[in-house]
Design a protein around this ligand. Structure first.
Ligand code: ADP
Ligand code: MG
Length: 357
């Protein structure tokens, strides 16, 4: 099922008793293609849960519209929307077995017992929990409990699956394992899924599309690879990517960028206006070490092995930067080197507005 959001806005009376309104989601428009996994990403408090709760119908909208396919569901109650919900705290019923938990939504719908068991077992197999059907939630690991929560959300065959930070309570290793599982389950079930997370790595690893928000405002909505390769503004470039993108502040000239605290000009193929204050942003993998032409002098601060290659911390003028070099690149702390930048992975932004040139 396709989801269309049009100028969606949610305002709350502020919690700090000033009486002012907080705009948690601000005139947000987007279209979620049927069968895709969309990550709703952004820092804590940017409006992700508010968005999700409006999609599920738990929260009424302040203004704007929500369409499921071409049906306006903006004022439809949650039980009529056919959505499945999974939260961070899985909220399984503690006194029910795994099977009873998964069956519960069907019981509410008065599906006959034999049929609901059949459907629950089918979903339990999909999420790989079929060997634990007789156990109570407390007899399961965190990851297994989350599988049950997902099965319970899927058993009604929802048209939309909504997951709000579902992996936050799991430890790091399990989080990685479970995100791959969610990806697999989403692919197998084919259900349109919106996955909320503040973790850009998690979002990037599982989604088809990323919708990145800041203070209720959509910053970019793109295919996952596109948002990394083609960030629309400095906030997006900075939020996506680990290690984070390098940022060189300076003044634009036609001959190169006069970086703060640096006597040389940094070559830059992107055009701006003479004298503009800019941020030249470069992905760590776009740094070239020991390049002959278009190079700038730099000093190595330190190096870390990242397995197959080295992460080099270095300085140009006053700016700390990072890049990757081959393991056999012979440098050490304090080495004077020359570095260049590839065009792919290098972007130019206006310093004041963050807009991309
Ligand atoms: N019920 C509420 N009453 C008042 N303010 C709220 C309420 N729910 C959320 N907010 C505010 O709306 C903003 C977005 O919150 P939320 O959607 O929970 O963000 P996220 O899920 O991205 O962390 C925050 O400033 C939050 O304090
Ligand atoms: Mg939230």
């Amino acid at each position: 099922m396709k989801v269309t959001i049009k100028d969606l806005t949610k305002k709350f009376a502020s919690r700090d008793k000033t009486g002012e309104m907080v705009t948690a989601v601000d005139t947000l428009s987007a279209e979620f293609e049927s069968g895709k996994l969309i990550a709703l990403l952004g820092p804590s408090g940017c409006g992700k849960s508010t968005m999700l709760n409006m999609l599920s119908g738990i929260l009424p909208v302040t203004s704007g519209k929500i369409y499921f396919d071409d049906v306006d569901v903006t004022d439809l109650s949650p039980d009529k929307r056919e959505v499945g919900l999974v939260f961070q705290n899985y909220a399984l019923y503690p006194h029910m077995t795994v099977l009873e938990n998964i069956c519960f939504p069907l019981k509410i719908k008065k599906v006959p017992k034999a049929e609901r068991i059949e459907k629950a077992v089918e979903i339990a197999k999909m999420v790989h929990i079929e060997d634990y059907l007789k156990r109570l939630p407390k007899e399961l690991s965190g990851g297994q409990q989350q599988r049950v929560a997902i099965a319970r959300a899927l058993v009604k065959k929802p048209k939309l699956l909504l997951l709000d930070e579902p992996l936050s309570n799991l430890d790091a290793k399990l989080r990685v394992e479970m995100r791959e599982e969610i990806r697999r389950i989403q692919r197998e079930s084919g259900v349109t899924t919106v996955f909320v997370t503040h973790d850009q790595e998690e979002a990037t690893s599982i989604s088809d599309y990323i919708l990145l928000m800041k203070l209720g405002v959509m910053q970019q909505f793109s295919a996952t690879r596109e948002i990394y390769n083609n960030p629309g503004n400095l906030f997006v470039a900075d939020f996506i990517g680990n290690p984070t993108i390098n940022q060189i502040h300076g003044t634009y000239t036609a001959d190169g960028i006069k970086a703060d605290g640096c006597d040389e000009l940094i070559p830059c193929a992107i055009k701006a206006n003479e004298g503009d204050r800019v941020v030249f942003a470069v992905r760590p993998e776009a740094v070239i070490f020991e390049n002959e032409k278009n190079t700038v002098n730099a000093t190595v601060n330190d190096l870390y092995s990242s397995g197959k290659d080295w992460l080099v911390n270095f300085m140009i003028g006053d700016t700390d930067l990072r890049g990757y070099c081959d393991a056999d690149f012979n440098v050490s702390e304090g080495s004077k080197i020359k570095v260049g930048f590839k065009e792919k992975g290098a972007f130019l932004f206006n310093e004041a507005t963050g807009e991309r040139y």
